[in-house]
Structure formats: C-alpha cells, structure tokens
Design a protein around this ligand. Sequence first.
Ligand code: AP5
Length: 303
Amino acid sequence: MAATATACCGSSSFKANFRANRRNGTDSSPSSTLASSPSSSRLSFSSRVSGCSLRSQRSVPSLRMANSGNPDQVVLASAKAEPPLRIMISGAPASGKGTQCELITKKYDLVHIAAGDLLRAEIASGSENGKRAKEYMEKGQLVPDEIVVMMVKDRLLQSDSQEKGWLLDGYPRSMSQATALKGYGFQPDIFIVLEVPEDILVERVVGRRLDPVTGKIYHLTYSPPETEEIAARLTQRFDDTEEKVKLRLQTHNQNVEDVLSMYEDITLKVKGNAPKEEVFAEIDNALSKLLESRKATSESLAA
Ligand code: AP5
C-alpha cells in the first residue's frame, strides 16, 4: 500500500508521495541476514547495505526463515529496518540552506553533503578540478557537470551516507544534474525549498562569516559569534560580495524551475525569512510527519 502525506503549515505546502520511491526502487535500507548452522550451533551475522537504488526493496518488517539448500543450514532473514532518510534542500544563495542543515543533521543524524563545500575542499586541495571550479564560482556560475556530478555521486555512495541517510545541500542545481542523479538511482524522500526575498539575501551574504574550526555559520547581525575568541578567527567566503551574490542569484533563477519540475510531488516550500528556529520547526514538523507516515505504511503492509 502506498501512502501520500499532505501537510500544510502556514504558507508552506508539502506533498510527499512515497509511491515514487518505491516505484523507482530507491530504497537503500540496510538488510541483515542471520545464518544459523544447527549442526555447529554457530550463528553468523552478515549485514549488507544495498546499492542506492539498484533493486526495489520493501521496508516491511518481517521475519522469514528460508532453507538455503543446505539441509544443515537454516537462514533467518531478519526484518529490514526503515530505510534512512534522504533529503534534498534547495534555495537561492544565502537562503539558509547550510544553517538549516546544521539543525537537521543535529536532530536526524544524517550525512550532510554540500556541493559548495565539496567544491571548496577541491579548491583547497590545489587540484586541477579545484582550479577550474574556482573560475566558475568566482563568476557565480555553475561548475561544469563533469566536475560536480561524480564528486557528489561518490560522496553519496560512501557507506556513511548509505547507512545513516543523506541531506544533500545545493544539489542538483540544473536539469542535467537532476537527471544524472536519478539515473544513478538517487531519489530523495523530500525536496525542501527555502524561499527568501532577494533583498534580504544580499544582506545575509555580506554579513556571513564562517568558523574554520567548527564549520559553524554566523552572521554579524543575525547570528553573531558567541565569544571574542571565535569572532577573531572567523573567515569570509571569496564569493560573498554583493556583486558576486547577484551573479549567483541570476544563475539560480535561470535553473530553479527546471529542478523543481523534477521533484514536484515531494516538494516542501518553506518561508525562509523568519528566525532560523522557526524555519527549522516547520521543516522538523514535515520530517516527523514523513517518518510517521512511513511507519504507518510499513505497519499496514505487515498486517
Ligand atoms: P554554495 O556554497 O552552495 O552557495 P549558495 O548556494 O550560494 O548558498 P550559500 O552557501 O551562499 O547559502 P546558504 O543557503 O547555505 O545560506 P547560509 O545558511 O549559509 O555554492 C557556491 C558556488 O559553488 C555556486 O555559486 C556555484 O558556483 C558552485 N556550486 C555549488 N553547487 C553547485 C552545483 N550543484 N553545480 C554546479 N556548481 C555548484 O546562510 C547565509 C547567511 O544568512 C548566514 O550568515 C546565516 O547566519 C544567515 N541566516 C541563515 N538563516 C537565517 C535566518 N533564518 N534568519 C537570519 N539570518 C539567517
């Protein structure tokens, strides 16, 4: 049975169609097999995380016994746990994606994968790809797919992302990236879009500072550093100028509709022009509903 959850909170609307993921076979739930050999009274446990969406799996709690063909061996396949959450978060430059990702990962313990951070790490490594990426980032343009797509795909395939679930920040940003991701079998459970008026975005960018020690995001006015010591070590991104954010915004506006069209049925639009705690409360509410709905679906399937 498929479940469709709809939640409306103030200005936001959320339609999560879980049929989509099942249909596309995107479950990446860990599964476990407990093999018992009565003759030796030995139990061996093997745990496996399936490829991102290479097979269709149902996350129905079930316990089944199967004969492996060896008369001495009975295989007990345990119930599969719910697959981990897979979230995408999108929005204009400085709409608060990174800020919300800090809060979401803290509560839901997902692996935060930010395309911009991966690119900045590549630049810091001094690689050829990093040098090329910086040329585009300085102009506020999208870094070419041949650099970004594999970078993100490889990070999504790492075992922590597969086991804990992922929170993909700032990716995909174009139809070609969304299509490539789908082709690799990565389908989110929910696509969150932060909506903030453009005049506010510029002010946010110019006042943003980063703590290189903790990675925490600050704003000189809205989210100032807690201590003098932190204030003294804050850094500013090379593309956080008024001139560059306008170019980044232009790039965002050129691509946003294409990307949205790929995730229409699982999109949650949230007004991002509110204190960060309020924005998070709305996202948190939707995620809780999503998890509850999944659980109810699993239970009704198992019944
Ligand atoms: P990226 O690093 O992703 O930058 P971005 O999309 O422009 O987004 P930002 O990181 O600037 O903002 P944010 O939404 O995370 O806001 P934050 O939470 O920090 O990308 C940089 C570049 O890399 C791109 O221009 C492109 O060239 C390249 N790139 C990246 N992804 C790519 C891809 N997929 N394909 C190709 N190229 C790619 O908040 C901003 C400020 O506002 C902070 O100071 C914060 O404290 C404050 N703030 C946040 N929330 C609130 C709130 N609710 N109220 C008040 N202040 C708030």
